[in-house]
Design a protein around this ligand. Structure first.
Ligand code: FAD
Ligand code: MLT
Ligand code: ZN
Length: 482
């Protein structure tokens, strides 16, 4: 239900924003003219699962504009939703009712880069791929990579504390974000745009905004610690007969590849089959296998790294840990092998939709959630090969190196009966194994009712206190998890 404490948008409000932002393209006004079509991309998520009813998008171009917008909204009790590239998977960037959308796409400047330390200062609205490209030209790498890199913003990445494909090597954004500028709901600008590696001067308040999903304020600028880019990147793609063998392969990869190991990803057979059904083309390995792993190495000596990877592959194949495997021969093949992993999120939704659960579970038990979910769907009569069944398959893939699996239930259509069988059962399953119901995607709208499966009362109480302190009117991304 819409909260009555929030004001309804009026022409006076809209005029204020138009005057403040000046430029025509900075405000999309769905109140006076019929701009329904233009509003849809801002009101709807990537999977067409969530849809809001906002009538106004504002696109600030500077921190001062963000500050003035928020102050005005706070003074006038207008609820807001911060929005980056709108690629989030939990409905966090979509309004629920008529919240004003503050879209960050015009704040897209790179401000400075220190070629010696690797610290990069940039606006929150810079697209991740553009940031990575910028530092690549200078011999550095952005410490985060993920399938949505062409659209997501670095601000959105930090707001969700995105994990992605490089976390195993470069760690979480909690470590890579050196500095931040953010605007509080009352318009106050918090300037902690520190470029230093070390700074223990009291509370590290920027950490609160990392993963807060836009519930405390708007991130406007960031300083990111970028590591040196490894000149040699190699990729191997393995086929395995069981999840137990995948664990052995991971153990072996850590021990044999040690400092050059930069990614260890798991994909089950059905996930790869779905990618193949959508994309066709030649598969990386000729035969089918119940599991696949993608291993990436990044180092400074290509020949040496390649030898290490080949030797590793020889060993795991002769020990019968791995059934088959291939090592990329050039950069094009590296990209192509990665596309079998990165293509999963898009391909799995091809038949109508997907229920997504992004979870951390201790490694020994991690994959079990997939067959258990499949069994549950079958027993409920919801999974089958023909159109009468809503569910066409249950798959698991993800960042095995981080004990993070993506349980996906691919459906022909979204169906309440499927949802009822899955939730809260999935969350209970995770709780029983001391897992986390949100490993990297956040809580947003999708998991708002299920936090208790991963957090206790005391912890939730403290989160509410922090929210109350910084956003006493509750205008920041309401109806979501806090
Ligand atoms: P949005 O979706 O626009 O917003 C996400 C949340 O952040 C919302 O709650 C929003 O209100 C808030 N927000 C956005 N910008 C700001 C800001 N400047 N200040 C304050 N709050 C803000 N995630 C992973 O962790 N790992 C992956 O490997 C991964 N792969 C993905 C692959 C695909 C194909 C897709 C579609 C998504 C993937 N994601 C992954 C989800 C991931 O959360 C997002 O892609 C990304 O981090 C969100 O950035 P965005 O700019 O699109 O944010
Ligand atoms: C991934 O690892 O591919 C992403 O987190 C997206 C997803 O879960 O589908
Ligand atoms: Zn992921």
């Amino acid at each position: 239900k819409r909260d009555d404490k929030f004001a309804q948008l009026t022409q006076e409000h809209v005029d204020f924003f138009k005057t403040l932002l000046g430029s025509e393209s900075a405000v999309i006004d769905g109140t006076s003219q019929d701009l329904t079509e233009e509003m849809i991309p801002f009101n709807e998520d990537w999977m067409h699962k969530y849809r809001g009813q906002s009538k106004l998008v504002v696109k600030p171009a500077s921190t001062e504009e963000v500050s003035k917008i928020l102050k005005y909204c706070n003074d006038n009790m207008l609820a807001v939703v911060p929005q980056g590239g709108n690629t989030g998977l939990v409905g966090g960037s979509i309004p629920v009712f008529d919240e004003v959308i503050i879209n960050m796409s015009r704040m897209n400047q790179i401000h400075s880069f220190d070629d010696v330390s690797g610290s990069l200062v940039l606006d929150a609205g810079v697209v991740l791929e553009a940031a990575d490209q910028y530092v690549a030209e200078r011999g550095y790498i952005f410490p985060l990579d993920l399938g949505a890199k062409g659209s997501c913003h670095v601000g959105g990445n930090v707001a969700t504390n995105a994990g992605g494909l490089r976390l195993l090597r470069y760690g979480s954004l909690h470590g890579s974000v050196l500095g931040m500028e953010a605007v509080l709901p009352d318009g106050t600008i918090m300037n902690d745009l520190c470029t230093l590696r070390k700074n223990n001067t009291g509370y590290d308040l920027k950490q609160l905004f990392i993963g807060a999903e836009g519930t405390l304020g708007i991130i406007t600028k960031l300083c990111i610690q970028c590591p040196q880019r490894s000149p040699a990147v190699n990729v191997a793609f393995l086929g395995l007969e069981s999840y137990e063998k995948a664990q052995l392969a991971f153990r072996e990869a850590k021990s044999q590849l040690s400092e050059i190991l930069s990614a260890f990803e798991l994909m089950d057979g059905l996930s790869q089959d779905l990618v193949h059904r959508v994309r066709q083309g030649k598969k990386p390995l000729d035969d089918e296998h119940p599991f696949y792993c993608l291993i990436e190495t990044s180092g400074s000596n290509g020949e040496h790294d390649y030898e290490k990877l080949e030797k590793f592959l020889e060993d795991v194949m002769s020990n019968e840990i791995v059934s088959d495997g291939v090592v990329a021969q050039d950069a094009t093949q590296v990209k192509s092998l990665w596309s079998w992993r990165e293509g999963v999120p898009e391909c799995v939704g091809h038949w109508g939709g997907v229920y997504k659960y992004d979870v951390s579970i201790p490694l020994s038990d991690m994959y079990r959630i997939v067959p258990d979910t499949e069994k549950r769907m079958r027993e409920a009569g919801l999974l089958g090969d023909t159109d009468e069944f809503p569910v066409l398959g249950v798959i698991g893939y993800g960042h095995m190196g981080d004990a993070n699996i993506h349980l996906n239930v691919a459906v022909r259509r979204y169906d309440k009966a499927v949802e009822k069988e899955l939730e809260p059962w999935v969350y209970q399953w995770i709780q029983e194994r001391q897992g986390s119901i949100s490993a990297e995607h956040g809580l947003g709208l999708a998991k708002k009712n299920y936090i208790k499966y991963s957090r206790n009362e005391v912890f939730m109480g403290m989160m509410k206190q922090i929210k109350q302190l910084y956003d006493p009117n509750g205008i920041m991304n309401p109806y979501k998890y806090v």
